[in-house]
Design a protein around this ligand. Structure first.
Ligand SMILES: [Zn+2]
Length: 409
């Protein structure tokens, strides 16, 4: 790489949330796509980048708090786009919208669909990931938007009785390895392959093992599995729980259900939709107390109308209303949320969860669940500069993706 052309950013005067706590008096130096130093301002940060051959920009973030960019591992769409029926342009639209909301990495999440839909949606993700990779090599271009990390298949191997808003007409049974051939792998060797399954479906444990063999991260959801089956799934390698509390058996004192198991099984991380509609605030507090901050992940489960306001929308083969920010499908059920991780962050802060812990749940932990934590998810030297600056009112002032400005007020 020609170092002379590497753009350098110096971020000054921000409060910075690092894994070790919030630092008040530091500057951040970003070279190309990476954070190269977190400098105590009592030393002269300028000496580190005093190189006339670099194109240097200073950003003064006085009054703002700099957090690791959010990582959303469960999101179906936004701004009118549903990812399972989207082309590359549609995905790009979502990526740009998310960057404006402080999300820097996302995992497009497919509801069960026809094989042809899966096929073309995977092609669209391939195309976007290729563009992103090319974009990252051309450091003078504007950032693309939030990075697409791979794919999340929510179903089709889930329990019909726990369908939630999913279209059960596209659910599948599993008999042997050929039955998962439709779950095509993405081209990029860095792509994350993730799927939500119910381990109690016939041959569900064999399914878990086969998908792990194929490189999938397994999450348990849309399920009413008993504890023995859940333990078997965990032993086979499942380590994550899809939207804890929703579309699973609840906690009863004589029947702990999937919720009781997930809350007490130390191996499992749990994602929650912290919109206060899918989960009550006390249930959020209980989950946090049981799992501890390291095992909690904030997700949006956002759907196509996100960012468009209340109204009636046609997707997933039905009319879905959004009324006062609450989705409702034709059966009167919730159909995902219209929040972003930023909204979930605000909810957790309102519950008096410390900012450092909220940053873990919104960025560090989901990055770890996806196995991309060496690259992103925290503000540390050597990591990709995926960052969001939030002002005191909780609004996004600037988002950087890979060291480049993807959103700026
Ligand atoms: Zn979902």
């Amino acid at each position: 790489m020609n170092d002379k052309k590497t753009p350098t950013l110096l971020i000054k005067n921000a409060r910075i949330v690092t894994p070790d706590g919030t630092l008040e008096n530091v500057a951040l130096v970003i070279k190309g796509s990476r954070i190269v130093s977190v400098v105590d301002k009592s030393h002269d940060a300028g000496t580190k980048i005093d190189d006339p051959s670099t194109s240097m920009r200073e950003i003064d973030l006085r009054g703002a708090t700099l957090l690791p960019g959010f990582v959303d591992l469960h999101i179906h769409g936004a701004v009118g786009v549903d990812v399972v029926s989207a082309d590359a342009e549609g995905l790009s639209k979502v990526a740009k919208y998310l960057a404006g909301q402080g999300t820097t990495t996302w995992l497009p999440t497919f509801v069960p669909a026809r094989d042809e839909e899966y096929e073309s949606a995977i092609r669209a993700i391939d195309e976007v990931m290729t563009r992103q990779a090319e974009d990252a090599n051309n450091s003078h271009q504007a950032a693309f938007g939030a990075r697409v990390a791979g794919v999340h298949y929510e179903g089709p191997f889930v329990n019909r009785e726990m369908r939630g808003a999913l279209r059960s007409v596209y659910f599948k049974d599993y008999t042997d390895a050929r039955d998962v051939d439709f779950m095509r792998k993405l081209r990029s060797s860095n792509a994350v392959h993730f799927t939500t399954i119910a381990p109690e479906i016939p041959n569900g444990i064999e399914l878990t093992k086969e998908l792990i063999r194929r490189g999938f991260i397994i999450s348990i959801g849309h399920t009413r599995a008993d504890v023995a089956t859940l333990d078997e799934a965990c032993a086979a390698g499942a380590r994550h729980v899809t939207h804890l509390y929703n579309a699973m058996t609840g906690l009863h004192h004589r029947a702990p259900g999937v919720v009781g198991w997930a809350l007490t099984k130390p191996e499992m991380t749990c994602e929650v939709i912290a919109d206060l509609l899918h989960v009550d605030e006390f249930a959020l507090q209980i989950a946090l107390k049981c799992k501890g901050v390291e095992r909690m992940v904030l997700v949006s489960d956002a759907v196509a109308p996100t960012g468009l306001g209340d109204g009636e929308y046609e997707f997933w083969d039905e009319t879905i209303k959004v009324i006062n920010g609450k989705t409702e499908n034709e059966r009167g059920g919730l159909a995902g949320s219209v929040i972003t991780i930023l909204d979930a962050v605000r909810v957790m802060l309102k519950l008096d969860v410390p900012l450092v812990d909220v940053a873990r749940m919104a960025a560090t932990n989901p990055a770890r669940v996806l196995g991309i934590d060496a690259e992103t998810g925290s503000i540390e030297t050597g990591k990709r500069a995926d960052l969001v600056a939030v002002d005191d009112a909780g609004n996004v002032r600037m988002t950087l993706v890979g060291g480049r400005v993807a959103f700026e007020v």
